[in-house]
Design a protein around this ligand. Structure first.
Ligand SMILES: *[C@@H]1O[C@H](CO)[C@@H](O)[C@H](O)[C@H]1NC(C)=O
Length: 808
């Protein structure tokens, strides 16, 4: 029984919320900033030092037993005070005399026995329910509360004139808690008149219903009774109690909450209420007791539109189920909800039924429900959520004779479709089909109503949407979230698709063609998929960028990279790769263009700046420097008198004397020229050999003229011979003018060989290149020169002296 307390609390919350909505929230909407929450803090008294601008003060769920003027007198702006679930026993209402704006005062669930009467007239919500008042705490001052919307009261007895002071007030809701109500013999039959739209009466949980007070309410629109315990002997007391209350023409809504009853009494209550003006009857939390026997029931004409029965516990075990089903299936109303009950079946109505809306969610119905049932011709909505349905084929078959059925919800069952041999039969009128939270696979697409517009398949086991599904041309909304789909579907088969929900699947590489294929798409949610952030995804991200941002639900926050590891968690929005690394054609073109530019640059350098010449010169320069380093000093110092001997053709003497010699001598290079240094009296050959031997290097100025000169060739021969003999590279070839290969007479094979090696220095025609040319020549003599000159200077001088002294 304790477990059942919760629903009452819930229904109270409902009332509170209603009153809050209409009574306070709208008027107080700007006060959230001055809210002080001290609830559930173990307080035994009101804390000191509350901010004086406090407008909403919550001190519920504490142990406060007294409330003094000084506690709240400074809070002059206080509008809402919650003190429920405390230990107040007495309240002097004058403590609120400085809180003239107080509109909402909740003192419920205390131990109040007495209360003074000086109420503030600004009150709109006053809750005194669940206290220990003996009689209703209503004094005549209550009549001044003209603003009052909600009044919560509690009492152990109800006296005849108790409610008189408030009879003229127009209230939205009265909560009358009569948990400890007991009958005083002479009071029965007292008539109380009230003016309220909603009356909520709470009786004792464990006591059989016994309230015989006669309460009549003007303009009552909504009546709620909580804790109604009935058996076959007190059933008539409830019916009598209700007959006064249900008299008014305005009563549209009756709610019974937490009812314990026999089946017999329940049927009697139905029968009693059927001709009443009530349109909506709700019964929450029923426990059926004693026995279930067949009851005679004929339903009269009724205003009742909807019967709503939720959460039924049946303590009767042996009974015929058909008895129960018959009572409901015969009902002549439009809407019936029976949910959260142990019902395993429902009978097909025997005659054409008035039902338009049937909600049997959270029962234990099987596939056999409504098979071959042709009386539900007006049924538009059928909800069989959370039952034990297994076969989608049979669900389709069930709808066959329901020509008006538009909405079918069979979510949260164990539906499968594996009858591949038989085609599914559905009624063509179905527009909304909810198949979510079942165990359906890809095959479900072969068993769907042809004209369905809204299809919910989320939380199933679908891996692909087959291409060749019977075309669902009317389909507008498809929800396939929380499946195992690896791809975005195209809209080939769903030509009208405008909403696609496909989040929480296994899509790693959504196709960028989606938006082209699905022209009518208004909304897509593809978030929370394991996106693989690679080049392919770039196109998809780009295509998202092209559609308007309202179309893509959850963008950008639910779209994150899952792979590769380095991008994990990155928003797709922030994922960028260079276009180059993704586009092979672009990559090839770029490489091609770069190569071409390079080739052009090289060609230009070669043609206009003679790059090969520079390269050759540089190369020789480095080689010479390298060689120079390896020559031992001793050898150099031995017999050398000159740094260089120059051999040239007479025709080139102009260049040699004007350019080469001055340039070399400027650097301190001693030169042996045959006109200058030839020893007279010696044969020419002797002189040449002598000159070559005394020189560190031999320079040959090559030109076509040189080739023609026989002498020159001799000189070259000797020098080359000397070169090999000495084992060092002392030959410097300068190509003054190009020599065509065929100009060299074949007997000069040595010259040919040297030319072929291309180890000569070319004399550049361009002035700009002369610097490098000379640098190269100088490099051939190099550093060691300075060392030698000192030693050789003396030597040379001596030998020159000797030469001049001994002109043999
Ligand atoms: C289908 O049913 C589930 C709950 O069972 C609900 O959350 C969902 O909104 C329903 N879908 C549609 C399209 O009504």
């Amino acid at each position: 029984m304790t477990k059942d307390k919760e629903p009452i609390v819930r229904s109270f919350h409902f009332v509170y919320i209603i009153t809050l909505m209409f009574g306070t929230i709208i008027q107080f909407s700007d006060e959230s900033e001055f809210t002080v929450n001290k609830s559930n803090k173990g307080l035994t008294h009101v804390p000191k030092g509350l901010p004086p601008q406090t407008k909403v003060l919550d001190m519920s769920q504490n142990c406060i037993s007294e409330l003094h003027l000084s506690d709240i007198s400074l809070l002059s702006g206080l509008k809402v005070l919650r003190l429920s679930h405390n230990r107040l026993q007495y309240l002097d209402v004058s403590v609120f005399k400085f809180n003239q704006d107080l509109e909402y005062l909740d003192l419920s669930h205390n131990q109040l026995q007495k209360m003074s009467c000086h109420l503030i007239t600004s009150l709109k919500h006053l809750d005194l329910s669940f206290n220990d008042f003996d009689a209703l705490p209503i004094c005549k001052e209550f009549g001044n509360l003209t603003q009052l919307n909600f009044l919560g009261l509690s009492a152990k007895t109800v006296h005849q004139l108790d409610l008189l002071p408030i009879a003229h007030l127009h209230l939205s809701c009265i909560l009358l808690e009569l948990e400890h109500y007991y009958i005083k013999e002479h009071e029965t039959g007292s008539l109380q008149i009230l003016n309220t739209e909603t009356l909520h009466l709470v009786f004792h949980q464990n006591n059989y219903f016994s309230v015989e007070a006669n309460i009549s309410v003007n303009s009552l629109g909504c009546l709620q009774l909580s804790n109604v315990k009935l058996d076959n002997t007190n059933c008539h007391i409830l019916i009598k109690f209700l007959s006064e209350l249900t008299r008014g023409p305005n009563l549209l809504n009756l709610t019974l909450n937490h009812v314990e009853t026999t089946w017999k009494c329940l049927v009697r209550v139905f029968q009693f209420l059927w001709p009443k003006p009530i349109e909506y009857l709700n019964i929450y939390n029923i426990t059926l007791v004693e026995s279930i026997d067949e009851e005679d029931i004929t339903y009269s004409e009724t205003s009742l539109k909807a019967l709503n029965i939720e959460h039924v516990i049946n303590t009767v075990f042996l009974f015929s189920q058909t008895i129960v089903y018959t009572v409901f299936s015969k009902m002549n109303i439009m809407k019936l909800t029976i949910s959260d009950t142990p019902l395993i079946h429902m009978l097909c109505p025997q005659a054409t039924s008035t039902f338009k809306f049937l909600n049997f969610s959270q029962n234990v119905f099987t596939d056999n429900v409504f098979q071959n049932c042709s009386t539900l011709v007006r049924l538009e909505t059928l909800i069989l959520q959370k039952n034990k349905l297994k076969d989608l084929f049979k669900v389709g078959l069930m709808t066959k004779d329901m020509p008006s059925l538009e909405t079918l919800d069979v979510s949260w069952n164990s539906l499968e479709y594996d009858r591949h041999d038989r085609n599914c039969t559905w009624v063509g009128s179905i527009v909304v089909l909810n198949l979510s939270s079942n165990i359906l696979t890809d095959s479900v697409f072969r068993c769907l109503p042809p004209r369905v517009k809204v299809l919910d398949l989320h939380n199933n086991r679908i891996t692909t949407i087959p291409e060749n599904v019977t075309s669902l041309e009317a389909l507008q909304e498809l929800n396939v979230a929380s499946n195992s789909l690896a791809h975005l579907p195209g809209c080939g088969t769903f030509s009208s698709l405008s909403v696609l929900i496909i989040d929480y699947n296994s899509i790693s590489n959504p196709s960028a063609h989606f938006f082209q294929s699905c022209q009518k798409i208004r909304s897509i949610n593809a978030g929370n998929n394991p996106f693989q952030c690679t080049c392919e995804l770039r196109e998809f991200i780009q295509s998202i960028g092209q559609v308007s941002s309202e179309v893509v639900e959850g963008w950008p926050d639910s779209y994150k990279c899952d792979y590769p590891g380095s991008y994990k968690g990155t928003l797709l929005k922030d994922f960028h790769v260079s276009p180059l690394s993704c586009n092979t054609a672009l990559l090839i073109v770029t490489i091609g263009i770069t190569g071409l530019l390079l080739a052009v640059a090289v060609t230009v350098l070669c043609i206009y700046f003679d790059l090969p010449w520079y390269l050759r010169m540089m190369c020789q320069w480095t080689q010479t420097r390298h060689r120079a380093r390896n020559i031992s000093l001793d050898k150099l110092q031995r017999t050398l008198q000159f740094h260089a001997f120059i051999s040239y053709s007479e025709h080139d003497s102009g260049w040699v004397k004007n350019e080469l010699v001055p340039c070399l001598e400027k650097e301190g290079i001693r030169i042996c020229l045959h006109e200058r240094n030839f020893v007279p009296g010696k044969s020419i050959v002797e002189n040449i050999i002598n000159c070559i031997e005394k020189s560190y290097k031999s320079i040959f100025v090559l030109s076509p003229n040189f080739v023609q000169s026989e002498w020159c060739h001799y000189e070259l021969y000797f020098a080359h011979h000397n070169l090999f003999h000495e084992g060092s590279n002392n030959l410097i070839l300068i190509l003054l003018e190009p020599i065509p290969q065929n100009c060299i007479p074949s007997k000069y094979h040595k010259l040919k060989a040297l030319m072929a090696q291309r180890t000569y220095l070319e004399w550049p025609k361009e002035k700009s290149k002369h610097g490098l040319f000379w640098a190269n020549i100088r490099a051939a003599f190099n550093i060691k020169l300075t060392l030698n000159t000192e030693n050789n200077d003396v030597k040379n001088l001596k030998s020159q002296e000797i030469q001049y002294k001994n002109p043999s």
